[in-house]
Design a protein. Structure first.
Length: 330
């Protein structure tokens, strides 16, 4: 089988890289390209074009079947993603709510959550060093406020950026991994933490999380407040056996059902099962209209993001001011 994989391979430890690795392990011939080079790279001997969301938006204007895409960041850029998706025959979506919306427009849409990569995120044989950890951008708004407080309250922490090759090692060395979902999204950190064998404590996510994991048995949720998060952290730091039992259950669930191997198998199986009954979406179908629509939506997204970021910064600065005046307890 010959697969043409579209993603930005200059990005380190991206979902596209994990998919590439799994395809190669299966003995599949993989050719990596970008949306602007694919017309020159695609051959008549290729069997599948598979695009992995890398935050770039484009209209895929090629005469080829089947074409598939895995959309990752619909919680951040849905107005652009929904236009881009119209160019593909099969659409896999990491967030359930976005998948449901796209099913009304596109025939073959599947909810496909993110996963863990055993090589990068798997459990490492390292000593426990941290009470809590969080790898990623602190961001702004409520997430920054909560993480800043955790840094102050739990000095034995690893909160901040890290080389992606170190994710599994840091999480394996942590008693608890804290997650804060930005927009009700089931993000990578959920799978990465559990793949490393640590207890995950995440804010409540009403987007299919309870369909993937058993809350309370495989991971712990808090009610989106700092107070409840601190109560949960303190409880599970004190109750080691209970913490380790839940962490073990979560680890086994991810290893057995939620790795990128499982995601690749799902993608290939669904395409093989349905490609003979699906009509090819012609690349010349409203291409000019779609390109214009995408450009306009990108402008709207840029403006909206700018406004939201400024409001979130104001929220953080106000919190800092109130805290310095001791009006807030936290």
């Amino acid at each position: 089988m010959n697969v043409v994989l579209i993603f930005d391979e200059n990005q380190k430890c991206t979902t596209g890289l994990y998919i590439y690795k799994e395809l190669k392990k299966m003995g599949i011939n993989v050719k990596v390209t970008t949306s602007d080079k694919i017309k020159n790279d695609i051959k008549s001997t290729d069997d599948l074009v598979l695009a992995i969301d890398d935050s770039n938006h484009y209209i895929l204007d090629i005469e080829f079947y089947p074409k598939a895409i895995w959309l990752i960041d619909t919680h951040l850029s849905f107005i652009c993603d929904k236009v881009m998706a119209e160019c593909f025959d099969f659409v896999f979506v990491a967030q359930k709510d976005a998948a449901e919306k796209l099913k009304n427009k596109i025939p073959c849409v599947y909810w496909l959550p993110l996963a863990g990569d055993v090589e990068y995120h798997g459990k490492k044989n390292v000593p426990i060093k941290y009470d809590i950890s969080f790898i990623g951008n602190l961001g702004w708004g409520k997430r920054r406020i909560i993480l800043s407080e955790l840094i102050n309250r739990y000095p034995n922490n690893y909160i901040g950026h890290a080389e992606c090759e170190k994710i599994g090692e840091i999480y394996s060395a942590s008693k608890i991994v804290v997650n804060y979902s930005i927009k009700n999204d089931i993000n990578m950190r959920i799978f990465e933490a559990m793949c490393a064998g640590s207890l995950l404590i995440t804010n409540q996510i009403n987007n299919g999380l309870d369909e993937i994991f058993v809350i309370g048995n495989e991971l712990i949720t808090y009610n989106n407040t700092l107070e409840d998060l601190i109560d949960k952290i303190n409880y599970y730091l004190k109750h080691e056996s209970e913490r380790e039992k839940i962490a073990k259950n979560g680890f086994e669930k991810v290893i057995n059902f939620h790795t990128y191997y499982h995601r690749v198998k799902f993608i290939l199986n669904q395409i093989e099962r349905n490609k003979k009954t699906m009509l090819c979406i012609k690349s010349n179908k409203k291409v000019k209209v779609l390109k214009l629509k995408l450009k306009l939506n990108e402008i709207v997204l840029f403006i909206t993001r700018g406004i939201i970021t400024r409001l979130e910064k104001v929220q953080v600065y106000l919190w800092l001011a109130l805290r310095s005046l001791k009006i807030l307890k936290f």
